[in-house]
Design a binder for this molecule. Structure first.
Ligand code: PMP
Length: 395
């Protein structure tokens, strides 16, 4: 199988596995226990927090400074942020292209009477930042929270986070960034980002599934989702998963230290895939404002991601044919790809139904190679030809 679904999850780095096995084999690990075994577990967590703090350029050991809450991943961090950061009745602003783990929470809160204000995106998939200040200030009450992803999981389009942070700072609004997709693909400094809270998820950067974090700037208050223990200063009670935490720290340290080599590698592999497919099928549409003629019209994208419309083919049929041909990709966010609704992201971009209906997402990783990409191009191209010929015969 040629795995090109790295925005859904990535292959764990063998060096991360080694660290985790070491911790798993080291014995019991309850960091709250008051004995030497517990203290050893606590020490491992403290060391992991130090490693993570350096990797994200935000020391996490200063009293009153930024802190990190370990969670089970991006979904939990987003739930925690949306429900716990703003006053319970304050309006929330979010873009229409957020991940379902943000949108579904917002819809849940809306059903309980909470006001949600939606930030539109343009046809290239970039949030319309010029309307953010007005959205925050609209109505009887200013918004208490803005949530914006750093980069979209389906199109890879990078969002204007710095500008949003500035606007939120000027207007005194709490600003949450879902950085799940950009960590390990783009340089990121939490210290200079200007956010109040940032979501991350280890399995997106070659770490284990089941662990992520919500970074909080110094002084940011949070209401917990879970109750029942004193761990993590009661922000997220429950025995800390020490092997997962150590795995996440190692993965993050590797992802950030190797980024100068990995980022151009991802870009060249993704471009190879895109160019190979486009030269075989020039009418394929690359989303994110991609235009051969006009470089300025292109939206900035994650280096590893391409979202393409295979006009004349149905995305679910393509997905199944590709699975059979040994290529793993996605027809939308992994969390919704089991069902048939078309991508809310492409719909929010106002794309024609035919493009939405035929769009697939590919994401390369540091484990993709030119050889695998070339083989994938051939297989994808063959599936596409077969499906469009079949459709022409049926019609
Ligand atoms: N946010 C974004 C942008 C994502 O891409 C994902 C994963 N698809 C999540 C949140 C959820 O992360 P997790 O799978 O760790 O719950």
């Amino acid at each position: 199988m040629i795995y090109l679904d790295n925005n859904a999850t990535t292959e764990i780095d063998p060096r991360v596995v080694d660290v985790m096995l070491d911790v798993l084999r080291s014995g019991p690990c309850n960091a709250s226990s008051q004995h030497a075994v517990g203290r050893a577990a606590r020490l491992r967590i403290d060391e992991a927090i130090d490693v993570i703090g350096s990797a994200i350029d935000s020391p996490l050991d200063q009293p009153g400074g930024p802190r990190l809450i370990f969670t089970s991943g991006g979904t939990e961090s987003n739930n925690l942020a949306l429900t716990g950061l703003a006053e319970p009745d304050a309006p929330i602003v979010l873009s229409r292209i957020e991940h379902p783990s943000v949108i579904a929470v917002a819809e849940h809160l809306a059903a309980q009477g909470r006001e949600i204000r939606w930030l539109d995106v343009d046809s290239t998939g970039v949030a319309e930042i010029d309307s953010l200040a007005d959205l925050i200030q609209t109505g009887d009450r200013p918004a208490g929270l803005v949530s914006l992803m750093s980069a979209n999981n389906e199109t890879g389009v990078i969002q204007p986070i710095e500008q949003a942070a500035q606007i939120c700072r000027d207007l005194g609004v709490t600003f949450h960034v879902d950085a799940t997709q950009s960590i390990g693909k783009l340089p990121i400094s939490f210290r200079t980002l200007g956010a109040s809270a940032v979501t991350m998820s280890a399995h997106k950067f070659h770490g284990p599934t089941g662990i992520g974090g919500l970074w909080l700037d110094g002084g940011v208050k949070l209401r917990p989702l879970l109750h029942g223990g004193e761990q993590q200063l009661e922000s997220r009670p429950g025995t800390e998963p020490v092997p997962l935490i150590c795995g996440m720290a190692t993965a993050l340290q590797l992802a950030t230290s190797e980024l100068p080599e990995i980022q151009p590698l991802l870009g060249s592999l993704r471009d190879r895939l895109e160019q190979g497919l486009r030269s075989a099928h020039p009418h394929l549409v690359v989303h994110g404002g991609w235009s051969e003629e006009d470089e300025a019209a292109r939206a900035p994208r994650l280096p590893n991601t391409t979202c393409l419309s295979f006009l004349g083919a149905d995305r679910q049929s393509m997905l199944m044919a590709l699975d059979f041909a040994g290529v793993a990709c996605s027809s939308g966010s992994a969390c919704s790809s089991g069902s048939s609704p078309p991508s809310h992201v492409l719909l929010a971009m106002g794309l024609p139904a035919e493009q939405v209906q035929s769009a697939l997402r590919f994401g390369v990783s540091k484990f993709s190679t030119e050889k695998k990409i070339d083989s994938a191009i051939e297989r994808i191209s063959n599936c596409y030809k077969r499906l469009t010929q079949k459709r022409a015969v049926e019609n």
